[in-house]
Design a binder for this molecule. Structure first.
Ligand code: GLN
Length: 451
């Protein structure tokens, strides 16, 4: 049924880069056989899923939405896909994204445009825009995204779905194509809190193949979401993430959600996180610095695209240069240049070093705020889904500003969840819940009853 739905709607939504019919049907058949034999199956066995095309899938083309990996078929498996396969979830395909996850609209893809199922004139958000549109368009009931500065939570907000950025290190990054390694985290996405919680439970857990993987046991997020209560819970509204710069319709929907929480017994308090005012600046130095280093591996020699120069000698350097010029899109090049500059001798202390200090201040602000609130809350994004054209990819600075509410969680390594909080002018608004690191369960205890 989901494959049929994809066939019927894909011309409109453009959620997928690759649809894997055969893989999905083979897995579904296998699960049926195992069920018929009376085998003990995972609760999600047989539930179809879509994977952002940044998740490495052995034997299935994985592109990162870049020309440089256009025909790359990975020879190894990511831990995420391994877990999905072992639990018997049929993989419907690989979803569209901004190239190497750099962007907020999914327009920076070398594989076409994804549209917001709520209104095809609007972007689905990004970078996990395909994963979010697949959910909102009922092409898939579950999907996997990645979140480096908001790429799961913001598209979830723009498409009226639920997106989770777990604590840094809680889901393995082994086989997730790297953008900025100290910020990247895999994110479960669904149409309800319980669905996202179930997928989170499947994907989380220690992985010796990821040196930043946490050893923590995985909580039962589904029952925590179902049995949670708002009574007596302190919700801390982050002063720096409301008011100026937020659309009136977004603020209205956010405030209405706070009223619902208060009516259910929650206590609403205000918290002050002054360093958040500098978080965006720090992110847009640290992230491109790590990008410039991570993307050095696309050299035209080891794998992916290889382009030889049209004239002159063919050397390692000229092949590298011709390959990267042809293979990377404009946004990726912009960030590599920014990052290389920030890391260069003479500027390192002024830019990268200062940004790391701000990162520490953001962490301290959060720690202080959590002393007076169980969870922190904010709108997920300052606007609803942007309209294609004038409002979107044309102005990189304006788009970077849209990440203001999501990227502090990545800088601090703490978990964040976005759930729908009604509509503004017919487009969904997201409500963000943040919890202390390794306390992901707390988000579900609030999100469950609030939903
Ligand atoms: N929009 C942010 C950026 O462009 C976040 C990207 C992400 O989380 N992958 O960097």
């Amino acid at each position: 049924a989901h494959l049929d739905r994809i066939r019927e709607t894909e011309d409109d939504f453009g959620s997928f880069i690759t649809v894997t019919d055969d893989l999905a049907l083979t897995t579904a058949k296998d699960v049926d056989d195992r069920r018929a034999r009376g085998e003990d199956l995972h609760a999600l066995a047989g539930v179809p899923i879509a994977l952002k095309d940044l998740v490495v899938t052995e034997g299935v083309r994985t592109t990162a939405a870049s020309k440089i990996l256009e025909n790359w078929v990975p020879p190894y498996e990511s831990t995420v896909h391994l877990k999905v396969k072992a639990a018997g979830l049929p993989v419907l395909g690989k979803t569209n994204l901004d190239e190497f996850a750099m962007g907020s609209t999914t327009e920076h893809s070398a594989f076409g445009t994804t549209r917001n199922p709520w209104n095809l004139d609007h972007v689905p958000g990004g970078s996990s825009g395909g994963a979010a549109a697949a959910l909102a368009g009922f092409q898939a009931p579950l999907s996997v995204g990645t979140d480096t500065g908001g790429s799961v939570r913001q598209p979830a907000a723009f498409t009226g779905t639920v997106g989770v950025k777990p604590t840094y290190g809680s889901i393995s990054r082994y086989g997730i194509i790297a953008m900025a390694s100290s910020l990247d985290q895999v994110g479960p996405m669904g149409r309800s809190v319980a669905d996202a919680a179930a997928l989170h439970g499947l994907l989380a857990g220690h992985d010796p193949l990821d040196s930043t993987s946490l050893p923590d046991p995985v909580a039962d997020f589904v029952s925590i979401a179902k049995n949670g209560s708002l009574k007596g819970k302190k919700l801390g509204v982050i002063k720096q993430l409301i008011g100026d710069g937020y659309e009136a319709g977004v603020t209205a929907a956010f405030t209405a959600a706070l009223d619902v929480a208060a009516a259910a017994g929650a206590e609403i308090v205000e918290v002050d996180c002054p360093a958040i005012s500098y978080a965006l600046d720090a992110y847009y130095l640290i992230m491109p610095s790590e990008v410039s280093s991570n993307l050095a591996r696309y050299d035209g020699m080891r794998y992916g695209l290889r382009v030889e120069p049209e004239t002159g000698p063919v050397t390692a350097e000229t092949v590298m240069s011709a390959t990267r010029a042809a293979g990377f899109g404009a946004e990726v090049k912009r960030r590599i240049i920014l990052g290389t500059y920030a890391l260069s001798a003479g500027y390192y202390d002024a830019y990268y070093g200062s940004a790391q200090k701000i990162r520490t201040l953001v962490q301290r602000d959060f720690a202080k705020a959590f002393a007076s609130a169980d969870v922190l809350v904010s709108p997920t994004a300052p606007t609803t889904a942007l309209r294609f054209g004038a409002e979107s990819a044309s102005d990189p600075m304006a788009l970077y500003l849209g990440d203001v509410a999501t990227l502090p969680a990545n800088l601090a390594g703490i978990p964040g969840l976005s759930l729908p909080a009604g509509l503004s002018d017919g487009l969904p608004v997201g409500f963000q819940i943040l919890a202390p690191a390794r306390e992901d369960a707390r988000m579900y205890a609030v999100a469950g009853p609030l939903e």
